[in-house]
Design a protein around this ligand. Sequence first.
Ligand code: NAD
Length: 300
Amino acid sequence: MDFKQVTVAGSGVLGSQIAFQTAFHEYQVSVYDINDQALEKAKERLAGLQKVYADYFKDEAKAKAAFQRLTFSSNLGEAVKDADLIIEAIPEVVDIKTSFYKQLALLAPEKTIFVTNSSTMVPSQFAEFTGRPEKFLALHFANEVWKNNTAEIMGHPGTDRNIEQEIIDFAASIGMVPLHIKKEQPGYILNSLLVPFLDAAEMLWINDIADPETIDKTWMIATGAPMGPFAILDVVGIQTAYNIALGKAQADASPDNKFRKMADILKAEFLDKGKTGQGSGEGFYKYPNPAYADANFLKA
Ligand code: NAD
């Protein structure tokens, strides 16, 4: 299918980036959010992204033209009436997504394909509410889509494989590297690798086996990676690391609840002190010049 009109639902951190990336590759994009206040914020975010794209791709005219391909609406029926594809990037809350898909099933044209950008949920959780399970799958982007341009594509058992291929082609057409996941997997590829890796690093630290800089140094020297796990945690954000640890702590009934200890330490030593990672200027490292980026870090 030749997609012409794409609707992005939810214009927060990721939704606005996905909308801009899609418009930058010459699709008409309708941006939907719940009310006019949210849309005003979206316009500010997207104007900010116009500058980011103009700088990053050194093409002001192309970035400006992309912004002009965006339309905004808080009326779902209006926002989806001509959509070939709807990319859902609304909050990571099961009830919000469920009621969104129930509404959307009634309003979207029959031809419309739905994809979810959910990071932690799988498409089979929502397929039955979409009214078109065969045309529903996940298309998962990473933050800062213009440079971290992975697109993980993952269907559920009822997804039509031809539709999956169309989404792979669409992702490539908007400048992403399509990464096909053959079976449903919570966490896709990236988080299936990253979350256990970061957990292992945090466990070495909270069990006082080694300090974060030593752990990062080990990883960086031994593998040639530009960053170690604690530098990555600063980018992800310590609030997110805390939320993940807390979720695991709550699911663990054993007396030796290792994730409870991890969550408590992250809260007391970082969050309560306003050290939330790179965004706040301090996490495991101090920014803008973190120690791991120093030329001598790997030598000492
Ligand atoms: P966000 O909180 O920044 O944005 C959510 C947007 O959805 C807001 O603009 C909000 O007004 C809007 N919204 C709320 N309820 C809505 C509804 N019923 N209908 C339509 N819009 C509604 O969230 P985000 O970080 O952009 O995350 C959105 C989705 O993208 C989540 O599923 C998340 O897992 C996924 N994701 C996020 C990241 C990330 O780094 N932030 C990365 C990959 C995937």
